[in-house]
Design a protein around this ligand. Structure first.
Ligand SMILES: *Cc1c(COP(=O)(O)O)cnc(C)c1O
Length: 414
């Protein structure tokens, strides 16, 4: 991630902050310090309004409508698809399938891919994956004898690329790895991972749940990956709306995973003709207002100077880690040089859950636990970490309040 030196001056986190109504509330008689952004981000007025506006003014079921409201809703829904395609750098809206989130998108790929996999075919995952990008592949292991291989994570929290390359065999069919880790903050070399997978004739899925929020220069076409997934609620959008990007003609080649209305061209007693992609993968009534809200979130994010936001978040991370390093017995987990704005750590003699609960007494919201990444916890011999994750609306004052609450929590416990 290269950041222009002047970036800091182009972005005002205090102005951004004012757009988020929830951030002005009090928690336990303290101003809210929200540092649980990697689990879900808060929503700006623009997104709240966009969703409310659908309910108030242009709500109807989408597609096939012959009346004005249905046409307006369809136009806004399909508009969100075009925005999503552009946001990711996809060739066109036809490459985008709306899902409930990253989890459903990965399940879609796994279920659709399953039809072409034979026992003994291999899938490569990494030790830093979120359970969303593990369990759907375990289904294929359990149900059809697919073999899962694991890219090891180095002590600093990087993927071991030499070990990655050594995992490929002629049976390797697919790689599924995080673009950015939700625990370590590590930004994996997406393009390099893709080149290596393709050189071995394997497809690659990237889990962009964190990267889509934090990387200013996301471009799936430049990466060249086959599949890319992300989830709207971490991108300041509503819950229940995310997307799958599939390159080239993948959506033509994959079989649909759920059947129902909206995904067919014709149904008879003896057969079914599927709709063209992407609709072939969108059975049933979608989360209409939430998808339109995702489009509004993308507009909102695009209106920011994203390089400046990344520089701002990086500055917050540095400030936080400088403070963390002064705390005796504290170890930061995830220390790769260009990592995203996530700080995970453990403190000798203090359970992560106890620390998080005590910090909440001072209005500081951090997450503690395994972060849906059991294999990564096992890799480090931990049961959990405390995680502070930063967003565009966080400030230096947030970081200082976080460090102060952490010091108080530690002195209470040790
Ligand atoms: C949050 C997250 C997911 C899952 O997203 P959902 O919205 O729960 O589907 C998957 N992978 C990573 C890296 C995440 O951070």
């Amino acid at each position: 991630m290269t950041l222009p030196a002047h970036a800091e001056t182009l972005f005002d986190p205090y102005a951004v902050r004012a757009e988020f109504p929830i951030l002005s509330r009090q928690v336990n008689n303290c101003p809210l310090v929200y540092l649980d952004n990697a689990a879900s981000a808060q929503k700006p007025e623009a997104v709240i309004e966009a969703v409310a506006d659908v309910w108030r003014h242009s709500y109807a079921n989408v597609h096939r409508g012959l009346h004005t409201l249905a046409n307006e809703a369809t136009e806004a829904f399909e508009g969100a698809r075009s925005k999503t395609a552009k946001f990711l750098g996809a060739a066109g809206a036809r490459q985008i399938v709306f899902t409930r989130g990253a989890t459903e998108a990965i399940n879609l790929v796994a279920a659709s891919f399953a039809a072409s996999l034979k026992p003994g075919d291999e899938i490569i995952l990494s030790q830093m994956e979120h359970h969303s990008n593990i369990v759907p592949w375990h289904f294929l292991r359990e149900r059809q004898g697919v073999v899962i291989k694991w890219v090891p994570v180095t002590e600093d929290g990087a993927l071991d690329l030499a070990a990655y390359e050594a995992l490929f065999t002629p049976r390797t069919r697919l790689v599924a790895v995080a673009h950015m880790s939700n625990v370590l903050g590590t930004v994996n070399p997406a393009r390099r991972l893709t080149e290596i997978a393709h050189a071995h004739g394997a497809a690659i899925l990237l889990d962009g749940s964190q990267a889509a929020v934090h990387l200013p220069d996301l471009d799936v076409s430049a990466i060249g990956c086959d599949f890319y997934v992300f989830t709207g609620h971490k991108l300041y959008g509503p819950n229940g709306a995310g997307a799958l990007y599939a390159a080239g003609d993948w959506l033509d080649r994959l079989t649909p995973w759920q059947g129902g209305g909206e995904m067919i061209a014709e149904v008879s007693e003896t057969g079914v003709v599927y709709a063209d992609p992407p609709h072939k993968f969108e059975a049933g009534t979608p989360a209409i207002a939430d998808v339109i809200g995702l489009g509004a979130a993308i507009d909102w994010v695009n209106a920011l100077d994203r390089a400046a936001v990344a520089a701002h978040e990086h500055g917050l991370l540095e400030r936080a880690e400088a403070g963390l390093k002064e705390i005796p017995g504290l170890t930061i987990i995830g220390r790769t040089p260009d990592k995203g704005a996530i700080a995970s750590f453990v403190v000798d003699g203090a359970h992560p859950h106890d620390l998080a609960q005590l910090m909440d007494k001072y209005g500081v919201a951090v997450r503690a636990g395994h972060h849906c990444a059991h294999p990564l916890m096992q890799r480090y011999g931990l049961t959990g970490t405390v995680r502070a994750s930063f967003a565009a609306y966080n400030t230096a004052e947030d970081v200082d309040a976080f460090l102060e609450a952490l010091r108080k929590a530690i002195s209470f416990l040790i």
